[in-house]
Ligand binder design. Structure first.
Ligand SMILES: [Zn+2]
Ligand SMILES: [Zn+2]
Length: 733
């Protein structure tokens, strides 16, 4: 074969990343022999199935063209933008996840690849019937359409909280008219004028970001205390980007719960953003995907998976609450969405704004605050807007003023709650532990109730009358008698969860109206909105909540935050325990006193001298970050070094042992690389699988992925053994 004919044959083949979890791409021939450009989405036969994939380039020729199957479908879509295909390949290379798994994230809505169906939408007639009188429910429908223009019956039912019969009734009465539109209809454009007047601080920050737009890649750490108006600052950049005709992606953790955030967006821009998260129905996701790809969606707000939407022309990425661990995806393509957002911004040549009140140490160091060369611009907002004051933070030393036996609220906190009740103000009691008690123990023989699938205690959930494993979801019925020694009625609940705390609140303040805010009591975004509304309307005196209560809700009448166990987050002691504990406690404490009422946060602790507590009490966040940075630097830990975890798991413990021995025998020996393990993982049994773990620590100059690749890819692990690579791990279980 001459080189010339070889290249002609190759031109008729394409390399396709098929959306299956396999770490390789496959060659296919094209139907008419015409090469398809990189980024083309294609349907291909794969085993007995037809799957979608993304063309990465010309075929690589390891299989003769005559033995290849042909591309079976080319959906009528523009090829994915080159920067996006680059992004997918770089994510696969960085995370060491199969390229097929990454392609699958980008093609998560296969229905979006087909031409859209027609949709039935309802809108208000113009003019409205003269004799129209609307019930409260019908008025809600009319109000929402006043903002949204037109909506489907299903959307209206959800947004206005009405039944289908309200919609059909309104249509019959002439209060609504039905229109058929193509699913492709673009979302209404945001209103760009009429933003709020910004403070001097805010204007400086907004102008600084504004100057960076259209100047290519530029990361910014937007660092502002709770209530300082960060959102308005980045909304200003959003507005300028839309004005320039480019798209914006806003990432938020747990977006589904943030009704307050959506309301702020609607107040600012007059429309709802295109949403992308697990709670969005399939039809809306299909539209969001197409609108991102066509450029019709000017602003998409979403959870971390929105980073894998195929934007046509991304001009700005915002990562709000950048310090949140929810950005770390722990399965499939294990990655940190904040870090990948910075990568995407680099490839898209656009700014990325990392917004937070408590910066992650990574971003802090990248902003040059620990003495290293700055890679991110640092913009800070240090004042709360208007009259609002930062809360006063006090320690309650549990050694000096302990609660009574079997109770968890110490006398100073109890009196503070009583004062709030007297004054008609609200209190939040924070305990980041779901359920009633974290442990059930036999008072006679000491037997602990554990999960059959995991190395973990079963958590008592008294409201549900169940014992639950928080790792795998296994449930069982609580027993009164000990399964081990047979003693009658000997099983006792140990330690507090939010339910037990609520029980104490009821005993101490029988007149108070209280509510528990955790993922068990508030399971859906709708119920979260109801909960927030009831607190806003003053129907609750005392909120007992987990970290769900700490996120972004503004309760103007909440003036006391009691942190029941401020030491809890420091237990376990992984790399980021202190940092995470500080972030969470600062965020919860910041809930106190949002409006013109000063707030107090009281931290119950056994150790008010530790660095986290001292930083909170003195309000010296920067000193805490500096100390934390130095200790990481000394320990040779991220962000000053590189770290990866290899987690091996198997149903059969002997196979796991064999795999760990193989890994151990072939461990790499390189200068600047240290390998710890393989050893039993701290959580040695999880979801029915035995687990072993290796940590690899390396100098920043080391190509860690290459070291791991050279080590593990040539190993033929025993069947049934899974190996998960986690670059820059956040979980050390
Ligand atoms: Zn017993
Ligand atoms: Zn379990």
């Amino acid at each position: 074969m001459t080189p010339n004919s070889d290249s002609q044959l190759r031109a008729a083949t394409v390399r396709v990343a098929v959306a299956v979890p396999l770490d390789r791409a496959f060659d296919y021939t094209t139907d008419d022999g015409v090469p398809l450009p990189r980024g083309t989405i294609v349907g291909v036969p794969f085993g007995p199935r037809q799957l979608y994939g993304i063309v990465l380039g010309p075929g690589e020729g390891e299989v003769a063209p005559e033995s290849l199957k042909a591309v079976s479908e080319v959906p009528a879509l523009a090829p994915l933008a080159p920067a996006f295909v680059d992004f997918l390949e770089r994510v696969a290379a960085w995370t060491m996840a199969p390229i097929g798994s990454v392609a699958k994230m980008a093609l998560s809505q296969p229905q979006a690849l087909q031409p859209p169906p027609q949709r039935k939408l309802y809108r208000r007639p113009s003019p409205v019937p003269v004799d129209e009188t609307l019930t409260a429910a019908r008025q809600r429908v009319a109000d929402i359409l006043g903002l949204a223009g037109a909506m489907s019956s299903a959307e209206l039912q959800r947004e206005a909280a009405v039944s289908a019969s309200v919609i059909t009734g309104m249509a019959a009465a002439g209060s609504l008219e039905m229109v058929l539109v193509s699913d492709e209809a673009a979302p209404p454009p945001p209103r760009l004028s009429g933003g709020p007047a910004l403070s001097l601080d805010q204007t400086d920050a907004a102008d600084a970001i504004g100057d960076m737009l259209a100047k290519g890649f530029g990361p910014v750490l937007l660092d502002g205390v709770t209530g300082s108006g960060k959102t308005e600052v980045y909304f200003d950049a959003v507005s300028r980007t839309i004005e320039a005709g480019r798209q914006v992606l806003i990432l938020l953790p747990e977006i589904a719960l943030s009704a307050a955030w959506k309301q702020r967006f609607r107040d600012r821009f007059g429309v709802m953003p295109t949403e992308w998260h697990s709670d969005v129905a399939a039809g809306r996701k299909r539209r969001a995907w197409r609108h991102a790809q066509s450029g019709a969606a000017q602003v998409v707000v979403g959870a971390r998976s929105a980073l894998f939407l195929p934007f046509a022309d991304l001009g700005l990425i915002i990562v709000d609450e950048e310090h949140e661990q929810a950005y770390k995806q722990e399965d499939q393509v294990v990655h940190h969405a904040r870090d990948m957002a910075v990568l995407r911004a680099r490839l898209e040549s656009c700014p990325v704004v990392l917004a937070t009140a408590t910066p992650s140490l990574e971003s802090w160091v990248n902003a040059g605050k620990a003495g290293d060369a700055p890679r991110y611009r640092h913009l800070s907002l240090r004042k709360r807007i208007g009259l609002a004051q930062l809360p006063e933070i006090r320690a309650v030393d549990l050694r000096q003023t302990p609660p009574e036996r079997g109770r968890w609220l110490a006398p100073p906190l109890v009196s503070a709650i009583a004062e709030r009740l007297e004054a008609g103000e609200q209190s939040l009691l924070f305990l980041n532990r779901r359920g009633y008690a974290p442990l059930t123990l036999c008072g006679s023989c000491g037997h602990k109730v554990t999960c059959p699938n995991c190395d973990s205690w079963m958590v008592m959930h008294r409201l549900a009358g169940r014992l639950k494993c928080h790792y795998c979801g296994f449930e069982s019925r609580p027993q009164r008698d000990c399964a081990q020694c047979g003693e009658d009625d000997s099983m006792q609940a140990c330690g507090p969860g939010v339910e037990r705390l609520a029980e104490e609140v009821l005993q101490r303040f029988p007149e108070a109206r209280f509510a528990v805010f955790s993922s068990d009591t508030v399971a859906s975004p709708g119920s979260a909105e109801n909960f927030v509304t009831s607190v806003m309307e003053g129907e609750v005196d005392i909120i007992v909540g987990t970290q769900m209560a700490a996120k972004g809700h503004h309760f103007p009448n909440l003036t006391l935050v009691g942190i029941v166990d401020a030491d809890l987050g420091l237990a376990g002691g992984d790399l980021r325990a202190a940092e995470r504990s500080f972030q969470m406690l600062a965020q919860v404490a910041g809930r106190a006193g949002r409006a013109d009422r000063p707030g107090i946060a009281m931290l119950q602790t056994m150790d008010s001298g530790n660095a986290v507590m001292q930083a909170l009490l003195s309000g010296d966040r920067d000193r805490f970050l500096a100390t934390e940075a130095e200790s990481r630097r000394l320990a040779g830990m991220p962000p000053f070094a590189r770290l990866a975890a290899l987690v091996l798991s198997a149903g059969d413990p002997e196979r796991l042992q064999a795999a760990m021995q193989m890994l151990s025998a072939s461990r790499p020996h390189f200068h600047g690389v240290s390998v710890f393990g393989p050893s039993q993982a701290p959580l040695a049994f999880l979801r029915g699988r035995h687990r072993g773990r290796v940590l690899i620590q390396a100098d920043k100059s080391v190509d860690l992925q290459a070291v791991i690749d050279g080590w593990v890819t040539k190993l033929a692990l025993p069947p049934g053994v899974r190996l998960q690579v986690d670059i820059d791990p956040y979980s050390f279980l």
